[in-house]
Design a protein around this ligand. Structure first.
Ligand code: ZN
Length: 175
């Protein structure tokens, strides 16, 4: 089996049995991204646990490349911190913009290396990046929301700082 055939098999495996597909609760952000040039569409949710990507769930329609790439993306980002996952997203994006002239690191991209061949076809690059761009958008929204919640939580003790009734010390119990 040639490398090209192997890559094609990996893509088809993910397309036939998409990992982490379906929409789940809870989630902090939900986005819809479309790739009009191919007709790919994805509704994607991100659930963060602190800085960590606890879950990515999605409902996707479109070509095998867009759906398989989303399946691989979910495998790669779930369990990582947002920063770690963004670093992988950046590596994947570099490969997709390489026109195929790239030596992918399987330790970083795992099954994502299978899209190296797709990088030779500019029209399909957007298909392969759709799920990733949806994830980046949703993760940014979820983080922004978490920061708002944190800011509110930090602000609350200030609001609650109206003077309480002074507690009178009991001199007898102090000694
Ligand atoms: Zn497509």
């Amino acid at each position: 089996m040639s490398v090209e055939q192997l890559y094609q098999e990996i893509i088809l495996d993910h397309y036939r049995a998409k990992h982490h597909s379906g929409l789940r609760d809870p989630y902090e952000a939900e986005v819809t991204h479309v790739n009009p040039s191919c007709g790919d569409e994805i509704l994607l949710r991100v659930h963060l646990d602190g800085e960590r990507v606890a879950d990515v769930s999605y409902d996707a329609v479109g070509c095998s490349i867009s759906q398989a790439s989303t399946s691989v993306m979910a495998d790669l980002v779930i369990g990582k911190t947002v920063d770690e996952a963004l670093a992988v997203a950046s590596v994947f994006s570099d490969m997709m913009h390489s026109q195929g002239d790239y030596a992918p690191d399987e330790d970083v991209l795992e099954d994502g290396i299978a899209f190296l061949g797709v990088a030779q076809f500019p029209a399909r690059v957007k298909c392969a990046l759709l799920g990733w761009s949806a994830w980046k958008d949703a993760a940014a929204r979820a983080l922004a929301l978490a920061e708002l919640v944190e800011a509110k939580t930090l602000a609350e003790p200030v609001e609650a700082a109206t003077p309480a009734e002074p507690v009178e010390a009991n001199p007898e119990e102090e000694s």
